[in-house]
Design a protein around this ligand. Structure first.
Ligand code: AHR
Length: 833
């Protein structure tokens, strides 16, 4: 990837640097100048490695206005990622090596190398004990110095370099500034940019001779338990903290977060304590004990922002109860729904027998609708009661599944017609430190035996929505499952462990002597999904859970936008080779870091090439301007290399809205992804779900609260693509009657054919403030006739636009005026019909 990009950088930029060219022309060109390398002390170097140059060693000029050329990626954002006392070295082969301290005290270091000071290789972290292994004595070490730059004094190192080296740094900064100015283009500037623009005409002529096959599973969804997407969201459980397993410290922002969170006890003299003695299951060690000497006590759950019930709907209640040892008679417990006005909306009485934990069930039918009801569990007689796993589900879950999903939310996802579902993350998959890596085995089996854990987004995962439920959901919506498993390393932004040299963080990958067991877990997952219950223990568990037939797992993601380090590579390689040899039918999706460029992207691709990984996962959250200016991103990809899963992407504007501007830029880009559907195999917008008032991340695709679902304009783009996918792409000759590049870049189209229906589908995106009058000649593909036209349009800042469908008649050659700021899909029958 890299070489081609560098050529493009050079070509694109060679003629655009009057300022640098000016510097080059007017100043004397010394054979060598001094290059000062430094970081800023006030932020402990978090803003990265900077350079300044001088011809006399006394007067220094900042390069690239203090831009950073290398940043430390060790451990947590905020408190870590420090670059202290950077030192520069050079080896005989000309490579530069930057070595810096991760913490004051000089016991832990980071190192990265570069041939040109702009393109830095993977970072490696080491302790002082390994200093001489990592920093070779044969390297030239540049001396420490002080320099005054722009009036401020800095410490750093000074090296003599050729002027060309400085010039390259200046050019690199200029190129990036120029590029950034393109990416910052936004619709708010359109009034000026397109002030006198008249409607544009576009002619498209399909070229069926150049038809190419594209992925038939291009559009999917990325599900992660972020923004309360699972518990309190898609997972239909209405009781919050049903298992009393919320742990202190999981959510530092919320007062009272812990085992009793969301619960209250009522009744005079009644008390609630959290017990741990002889729990239902060791994975679920906490329960509530309520005690009262007189009648009238109750345990009350407030749900997730209240429990929303609808009149006439049935709710399935279950709970585990243990009567105190002294109670020898069965005890009645009254369970009810209490409306926000205090009225009882439903009740049932269950009976607990003495002698250990008993599971009780009841059905409650709501007599009224209420958005903020609560669940009341009230022993009828005074005494001591242990309660656990108090659960309430609507009977009407998606497809009526037990332990199921919220019907309205699941249906909204299903309506996209996603061809795959990626789960359980995102960062949730690789976790905050190795103990927080998502272990699929903790998410299956009876609910009381699942092992809940901290959600790295700052709350709690019950694991009630576990691997069985994910697989079942995929099957229910006709999507392929795409589980993503940590590559034996946690998130690169994991905290290090205080007091331990290089303890924690990504550097603390799963110990190598535990990797075989970790790999076996992955093999077991494949078998859980695919094997025969007669011969495989894990498949038997699947059958016992109600699904004897295989789930047909074909893809498995290993790693999530990880930092590509030695620790990562070693573990990824072990996992990849084990899956390839032991379960060869499974396609492994590797990972190439969190951005569309940079050392993780480059190193990730090198590793993918080395191992011949079939697919790699790319992520980028970028400005609409990036999408506008990178529609050729995949055109230049080498078709002989790994395929791409564009696993996370979204357009981000300041303030992070999800509006017509962001949505259209995604649509524009997706037409280029369709064009490159021979190399991009799958794509999923991220994140998918967000509960209003509980977001850690914006924008998201679908917002919701307890009672309603609010799809975004970005959702409708996904739905229009998902419902109008094809499996072959037909290039079209294109002519625009306007020669402006900025106009050209804002008009996009794609033509695909869906071989299942024979339909020909034309997608048209217009990001201009004027109409684009389109003349399309699709006569080689269709005879025309009735067609379904779907149009999404609005002003750029519109967050409420919805697509409008109409049935229209088109000839095989037709005219269509794309409205300003719009995305149109025209679906018509193909000639083959
Ligand atoms: O989609 C939100 C987060 O973005 C994901 O968890 C992570 O993979 C990425 O950084």
């Amino acid at each position: 990837m890299k070489d081609l990009r560098h050529i493009l950088i050079f070509c694109a930029f060679a003629c655009t640097l009057p300022a640098c060219a000016g510097v080059h022309r007017v100043m004397a060109e010394p054979d060598s100048v001094s290059l000062f390398s430094y970081t800023t002390a006030d932020d402990d170097g978090r803003s990265g490695l900077r350079f300044a140059w001088s011809s006399d060693g006394r007067h220094w000029t900042s390069i690239g206005n203090g831009r950073s050329y290398l940043r430390c990626d060790y451990s947590l954002w905020g408190s870590e990622k420090r670059m202290l006392k950077p030192e520069m070295y050079r080896s005989a082969d000309g490579m530069w090596h930057c070595v810096w301290q991760l913490h004051a005290g000089g016991r832990e270091f980071g190192i990265s190398s570069s041939a040109d000071l702009t393109d830095w290789r993977r970072q490696t972290y080491f302790t002082d004990a390994r200093f001489t292994d990592c920093v070779q004595s044969s390297w030239t070490r540049y001396p420490q110095a002080e320099a005054v730059i722009g009036g401020a004094s800095y410490s750093g190192t000074v090296a003599k370099v050729a002027w060309a080296d400085v010039e390259r740094l200046i050019r690199y900064a200029g190129y990036n500034d120029y590029r950034q100015s393109l990416y910052n283009e936004c619709a708010a500037q359109d009034g000026v940019r397109f002030a006198r623009l008249q409607p544009v005409s576009l002619t498209l002529t399909a070229r069926p001779a150049d038809t190419k096959a594209i992925s038939d599973h291009l559009i999917g969804v990325f599900f992660e338990d972020i923004n309360y997407g699972a518990d309190g969201g898609l997972y239909a459980e209405l009781v919050q903290n049903r298992d009393f397993e919320y742990a202190e410290g999981e959510n530092g922002n919320v007062k009272g977060w812990g085992p009793a969170y969301a619960w209250a006890v009522e009744g005079s003299g009644a008390s609630m304590t959290i017990g741990t003695s002889s729990p239902i299951h060791p994975n679920n060690p906490h329960y509530a004990t309520i005690k009262s000497g007189s009648d009238g006590m109750a345990l009350v759950n407030s749900g997730y922002d209240g429990i929303t019930v609808r009149k006439g709907e049935k709710y399935n209640l279950s709970l585990f109860v243990r009567l105190a040892g002294s109670q020898t008679k069965a005890a009645k417990i009254r369970v009810s729904l209490r409306g926000s006005n205090g009225r009882e909306l439903a009740y049932a009485v269950v009976k607990a027998a003495p002698g250990g934990w008993k599971k009780l069930k009841a059905t409650l039918t709501a007599s009224e609708s209420d958005a903020k009801a609560s669940l009341v569990v009230a022993p009828v007689s005074a005494g001591t009661y242990d309660f656990d796993m108090i659960s309430l589900f609507p009977k009407n879950t998606f497809k009526g599944r037990a332990n199921g999903l919220r019907a309205d939310l699941a249906q909204t996802i299903a309506d996209i017609r996603p061809r795959f579902v990626r789960f359980p993350g995102g960062c949730v998959a690789h976790g905050q430190g190795i103990d927080n890596i998502y272990r699929w085995k903790n998410s299956i089996g009876p609910l009381e035996s699942r092992k809940p854990m901290k959600n790295l987004w700052g709350y709690h995962q019950t694991m009630g929505l576990g691997y069985f439920e994910y697989f079942q959901f995929c099957e229910d919506i006709g999507a392929m499952p795409l589980p993503v498993i940590a590559a034996g390393v946690p998130c690169q932004n994991s905290a290090c462990i205080p007091g331990r040299l290089l303890g924690g963080g990504q550097q603390e990958g799963i110990p190598l002597d535990s990797m075989e067991a970790y790999i076996q877990d992955i093999i077991d997952l494949i078998d859980y999904a695919n094997a025969d219950p007669k011969t495989n223990k894990w498949a038997r568990m699947r059958a016992e859970a109600g699904h004897p037939k295989p789930f047909n797992l074909k893809y498995i993601g290993i790693g999530n936008e990880d930092q590509i380090t030695d620790v990562f590579e070693e573990r990824f390689t072990m996992i990849y080779e084990a899956i390839s040899s032991r379960r060869p039918g499974i396609t492994v999706v590797g990972t190439v870091g969190p951005f569309y460029e940079g050392s993780d992207y480059e190193e990730g691709w090198v590793l993918a090439d080395k191992l011949d990984v079939p697919v790699v996962d790319e992520h980028y959250y970028v400005a609409p301007g990036w999408f506008i200016h990178n529609q050729n991103f995949y055109d230049r990809y080498d078709r002989s290399k790994s395929k791409v899963y564009l696993g996370e992407y979204a357009a981000h504007l300041p303030g992070r809205p999800n509006n017509i501007e962001t949505a259209l830029s995604e649509a524009l880009y997706l037409t280029s992804v369709e064009r490159n559907g021979d190399v991009v195999e799958m794509a999923s917008y991220a994140p998918l779900l967000a509960k209003k008032g509980h977001t850690q991340w914006n924008p998201d695709m679908i917002y919701f609260d307890n009672g309603s679902v609010s799809p975004t304009v970005g959702y409708y783009v996904q739905k229009m693509f998902g419902n109008n996918s094809g499996d072959s792409y037909i290039p079209a000759d294109r002519a625009l009657d306007n020669s402006r590049a900025d106009v050209d870049l804002r008009v996009a189209s794609s033509v695909v054919v869906d071989s299942n229906t024979g339909d020909v589908i034309l997608k048209l995106v217009n990001m201009l403030p004027v109409e684009v009058n389109t003349t399309a000649d699709l006569s080689s593909l269709t005879d025309g006739g009735r067609a379904l036209l779907t149009v999404l349009s609005g002003s750029p800042s519109d967050t409420n636009a919805k697509p409008v469908d109409s049935s229209v008649t088109f000839g095989s050659k037709f005219s269509y005026a794309m409205p300003p700021y719009s995305f149109s899909v025209i679906r018509m029958s193909g000639k083959s019909k």
